[in-house]
Design a protein around this ligand. Structure first.
Ligand code: NAD
Length: 498
């Protein structure tokens, strides 16, 4: 059995804590690798290494750092196919989808290669007589990323690329479910000419995370995962004086107006609801048709299309989506379907007893569709994170907007309509961080920012785009007087430029 490792100081480092976790192939339900879970001491060793390496990296001019990021991007790009296969073998998503996971991460590495421009500060000439003022952005030092299982390439790259390009050293604590791609990314950074100690990977669980949150050498923490943990990580990181941005769970609605083109809506909802087995933070999980006739037509089409979907192992090119990540996730999603039935929702398509030929031990749930879901039901209020679409009928547009705005989560939302006026009203009033108009998964491009509202995100700045540069740097403002030595005598009043 392959034993995985940590990656510290530019090399693989075996775990010494004696604690190990199994890494599974979810398509087959078998253990494929073993992962060491770091002790606090091992985590501190990674932080110490990053802390030692960071000043020289920060001192390197930004163009040289950008060149290394560009080389890193090209090495990752060249390996996209093998990374996608590795990713699929531990996550279970299809290889085509896994390729997208790598590519959306690479977009942010490309963005980070613009760091010389992005770090340019501000300058005011002659703010007072002989006085010039400028602001510069400086890196924070050592920063940590704690990432979820569902995008094991994309989210580590979203964290690592801007953090490192800005001159920080980065310690990644990836999900213990699919750690192999993050480990490979750290190796590729070294192959690209990155110095040792700038991209470290420490594998582990709560013990490693707690050490990152409490060690005074860690200046900032970027977390992505479920909301309750995101909120706890945010509270602990900030209580320990760290800058933090913690992104959480979601219940993404799709509001379908009566004038929408239902054929394209159904295509969009089937892909966004069931793609990657619904294990995307931007997956659509609540469909809100406006008006009874919209609902009747939509549910019937969704039911037909859901029945046609092919579920199977991620490495089978013929499947639409693969298994869930783990046996626990399988049990949780099945329980939610039981709960929905008990709560009185109409189970229009039942994915509980799906049989995937040749893979009886895989963690499969088939496409599941609930109709007549109401806001008080747990299957609506809570994040299921599986291939389960809930139809919540709204009698009019105002009711649909209220439904979305009343939900605890505010990650993504989509509206489907041909009416520009309705779309404009919706985008302005909806209390959600990322909005799609006839776009089911409105993940912003790398040079805009990504982040949810309400319980989907804790902290002030978003991921990637300009916010990531703000998050991973701090501003220093310098006020200078030239020529020096012009005497104006001691002054005891507040300096002004008048
Ligand atoms: P998770 O919260 O279980 O784990 C996320 C990370 O936190 C992992 O690295 C894990 O090891 C660590 N962790 C687990 N328990 C912890 C604890 N008690 N204290 C500290 N750290 C702990 O999430 P997951 O199951 O890996 O990922 C799925 C979740 O992530 C979903 O809720 C999904 O919506 C969310 N997600 C959100 C976004 C976003 O940008 N908002 C993106 C992707 C995923």
């Amino acid at each position: 059995m392959q034993q995985l490792h940590h990656y510290i100081g530019g090399k693989a480092v075996a775990g010494t804590s004696g604690r190990m976790a199994d890494v599974f192939d979810p398509s087959r339900g078998t253990v494929s690798r073993q992962l060491p879970l770091a002790s606090a001491d091992e985590t501190r060793a990674a932080i110490a290494d990053a802390h030692t390496a960071q000043p020289d990296w920060a001192a390197m001019n930004p163009q040289r750092r950008a060149r290394i990021m560009a080389e890193f991007a090209s090495l990752v790009r060249a390996e996209t196919d093998s990374l996608a296969e590795l990713l699929s073998s531990e996550h279970g998503k299809t290889i085509a989808d896994a390729r997208g996971d790598v590519e959306r991460g690479l977009d942010v590495v490309d963005f980070a290669t613009g760091v010389p421009h992005l770090l340019k500060g501000e300058y005011t000439d002659n703010a007072g007589t002989g006085i010039d003022v400028y602001s510069m952005r400086q890196p924070l030092g050592v920063v940590a990323g704690i990432t979820p299982f569902n995008f094991p390439a994309m989210i580590p790259l979203w964290k690592a690329a801007p953090a490192i390009a800005c001159g920080n050293a980065f310690v990644l604590k990836p999900s213990e479910r699919d750690p192999s791609v993050p480990l490979r990314l750290a190796e590729l950074f070294i192959d690209a000419g990155g110095p040792p100690g700038i991209f470290n990977v420490i594998n582990g669980d709560v013990e490693a995370v707690d050490t990152l949150l409490t060690d005074s050498r860690v200046a900032a923490v970027g977390f992505v995962g479920s909301s309750d943990i995101a909120q706890r990580v945010y509270a602990k990181a900030t209580a320990n004086g760290k800058r933090a941005q913690c992104f959480g769970g979601a219940k993404n609605h799709a509001v379908v107006m009566p004038d929408a083109d239902l054929d394209s809506v159904v295509d969009a909802l089937i892909g966004a609801g069931y793609g990657s087995a619904g294990e995307r933070c931007m997956a659509i999980s609540a469909v809100v048709p406006v008006g009874e006739s919209t609902a009747e037509a939509l549910v019937e089409r969704l039911r037909q299309r859901a029945h046609e979907l092919v579920v199977g192992p991620g490495d089978d090119a013929a499947v639409d989506f693969g298994p869930l990540i783990s046996a626990q996730a399988l049990q949780k999603v099945r329980e939610y379907i039981d709960i929905g039935v008990a709560e009185g929702a109409t189970l229009a398509v039942d994915g509980r007893d799906i049989a995937v030929t040749g893979h009886p031990e895989g963690y499969y749930v088939g496409p599941t569709l609930f109709d007549n879901v109401t806001p008080d039901m747990r299957i609506y209020a809570e994040e299921i994170f599986g291939p389960v679409l809930s139809v919540v009928r709204a009698h009019d547009y105002e009711a649909a907007v209220k439904l979305v705005n009343d939900h605890r989560y505010g990650n993504g939302v989509a509206v489907f309509t041909r009416d520009g006026d309705a779309a404009r009203d919706f985008t302005r009033r909806v209390e959600v961080g990322m909005v799609g108009v006839n776009v089911p998964i409105p993940v912003p491009v790398a040079y805009h920012t990504f982040g949810g509202w309400k319980d989907s995100g804790f902290g002030d700045l978003n991921q990637h785009g300009p916010d990531s540069i703000r998050f991973y740097t701090r501003t220093k403002t310098v006020t200078t007087r030239w020529p020096a030595g012009v005497r104006s005598g001691a002054s005891f009043v507040m300096p002004t430029m008048n």
